[in-house]
Design a binder for this molecule. Structure first.
Ligand SMILES: [Fe+2]
Ligand SMILES: [Fe+2]
Length: 281
């Protein structure tokens, strides 16, 4: 990719879209592949999003008034709008999950105290956490947009929400990073915080999944374990295998999120996913 290309992609429009997801339709208990392990992974993520994304907004907002560059200023506006809508939509999904007997509200309460704890750190470190998590979500988003087989057998509303969220995560993937580079620019902290943040995230996801399954008194069958292992770890398109692998470039000094060209994943998404695009209000 040439320098000019990189520049263009950094200028990608970050548009906050309000979406009309149909959350009234009943959803299968285990909405992805009828598999409790795969489904609760996404339920746990959804439980973490609203508080997590509000924290991301908080950490960027701290620097907003010091930003002079009009392009970055506008991108911050788009980032805040997008993350706010994500939180709101996932809250709708979370309410639905609570109604289905998954104690997602308990996870939200744990996340609330976790975020309060994170807010005690310096603004620099808080922003480094956001930068790390934004890179993680963008790599997860890449997996979701690149592999339609992930949602061959998934609840239609959950599928649409994941696709929309994935597109916007890629659109705004460099915003917190650009703020960090301008005001903090500590490469050692950036890398160190990534290790800690991903470690903590994976630990929490597993813990929350256990909570959800325990509340349902559900013991995953051997078949479910096998299928979930394949879904997350198979060589061709295992979601976690490829997400973790894609984190590696982040550890290069001088790395920038748009060094990873994910532009074609979001360019023309409305044509590729017309049933998602039509939900825009
Ligand atoms: Fe988000
Ligand atoms: Fe994000």
């Amino acid at each position: 990719m040439s320098g000019n290309d990189t520049q263009d992609k950094r200028q990608v429009e970050i548009k906050a879209r309000r979406m009309a997801f149909d959350l009234d339709e009943p959803m299968r208990e285990y909405a992805i592949e009828n598999n409790s392990l795969i489904s609760t992974f996404f339920y746990a993520l959804s439980a973490m999003f609203p508080e997590g994304e509000r924290f991301f907004i908080h950490s960027v907002r701290h620097y907003r008034d010091q930003v002079k560059d009009p392009v970055l200023k506008e991108q911050i506006r788009g980032f805040i709008g997008q993350e706010a809508h994500h939180g709101h939509s996932h809250e709708g999904l979370n309410d639905k999950l609570v109604g289905m007997g998954f104690p997602v509200d308990k996870i939200v309460a744990v996340m609330d105290s976790r975020v309060k704890f994170l807010k005690k750190f310096s603004p620099e470190r808080q922003l480094a956490v956001t930068v790390a998590m934004e890179h993680f979500t963008a790599t997860l988003a890449e997996q979701i947009l690149e592999n339609p087989e992930y949602y061959a057998n998934i609840d239609p509303t959950l599928r649409k929400m994941l696709i929309w969220h994935a597109v916007e995560e890629i659109e705004h993937k460099a915003v917190a990073f650009d703020v960090y580079r301008q005001f903090v620019n500590n490469e050692f902290m950036r890398k160190r915080v990534m290790v800690l943040a991903v470690g903590s995230l994976l630990f929490r996801l597993a813990k929350y999944q256990r909570m959800l399954l325990k509340a349902k008194k559900h013991r995953p069958s051997w078949k479910e374990w096998k299928q979930a292992f394949h879904f997350f770890w198979n060589k061709e398109h295992g979601m976690m295998r490829h997400t973790l692998k894609a984190l590696l470039p982040f550890f290069k000094t001088g790395f920038h999120p748009w060094d990873i060209d994910q532009f074609e994943l979001i360019d023309g998404w409305q044509e590729r996913f017309p049933d998602v695009a039509e939900l825009q209000m």
